[in-house]
Write a protein that binds this ligand. Structure first.
Ligand code: HEC
Ligand code: HEC
Length: 179
């Protein structure tokens, strides 16, 4: 991986380059389309790595592949820094309390917060999950489990293997709505 974290990111350049992203990801990276993830306030290094994974076809998506392929490493650094610095919108709605309770217990059972941080705010290079749509979370979890969603070092692919299929939706209901 040719990531150079020392590469100086330019926020103003990132803001200009982000004009190419907001049609899908929403103004400032807060998406209202459930199949497009919000990237506002996401962990910067995570965003940068995802762009590299799309470019290198290690994460496969027909919409993001051509976009990432056209970006230079400096573009990626600027865009990651810009979106990481945007304020994430609060989650749209709280799930009903019983479902939230089930999801919270499952997240404890599977130790999801060990890597994703307190309140799923992101930690080290693991992404922020709160605020992501239920549909997107479910699709990604199924992808990790089926090994069709590529990841950087296999940590999440491995973490998804013991998760029962029936537990994925309650987890997503809860995680996306954590305040
Ligand atoms: C045509 C719509 C579209 C445009 C334009 C677009 N994206 Fe995306 N983006 C998507 C979709 C859809 C996904 C989810 C794909 C998947 O499931 O892997 C995504 C995923 C991502 C992810 C992964 C987020 C995560 O939580 O893992 C990043 C980072 C990203 N896009 C950055 C960008 C940047 C930066 C731009 C502008 C240079 C951009 N995108 C432009 C549709 C778009
Ligand atoms: C051992 C650490 C670890 C554990 C435990 C873990 N994760 Fe992850 N997770 C990661 C990392 C690292 C990534 C980023 C993967 C990549 O490089 O694309 C990730 C990515 C994700 C994503 C994709 C987010 C996005 O924006 O596309 C979801 C969803 C997710 N994890 C859910 C969970 C859930 C639910 C649990 C508990 C069942 C869990 N994770 C447990 C480390 C972990």
């Amino acid at each position: 991986m040719s990531l150079s974290p020392a590469l100086a990111a330019d926020l103003d350049a990132g803001r200009r380059k982000a004009a190419a992203c907001v049609a899908c990801h929403g103004p400032d990276g807060n998406s209202t389309n459930p199949t497009v993830p919000s990237i506002a306030g996401q962990v910067g290094i995570y965003l940068h790595w995802q762009l590299l994974l799309y470019r290198d076809k290690r994460r496969v998506d027909p919409q993001m592949a051509p976009i990432a392929a056209a970006l230079s490493e400096a573009d990626m650094a600027d865009l990651a820094a810009f979106f990481a610095a945007q304020r994430p919108a609060p989650p749209a709605a709280a799930p009903d309390p019983a479902r939230a309770d089930t999801g919270r217990r499952l997240a404890e059972t599977y130790h999801c917060n060990d890597c994703h941080g307190r309140d799923f705010a992101g930690r080290e290079y693991a992404p922020r999950l709160r605020g992501l749509s239920r549909d997107y979370l479910v699709a990604q979890m199924r992808g990790f489990k089926a090994r069709t969603r590529g990841d950087l070092d296999g940590a999440m692919t491995q973490a998804a293997q013991p998760v029962a299929d029936a537990d994925i939706e309650p987890l997503a209901d809860y995680i996306g709505s954590v305040k």
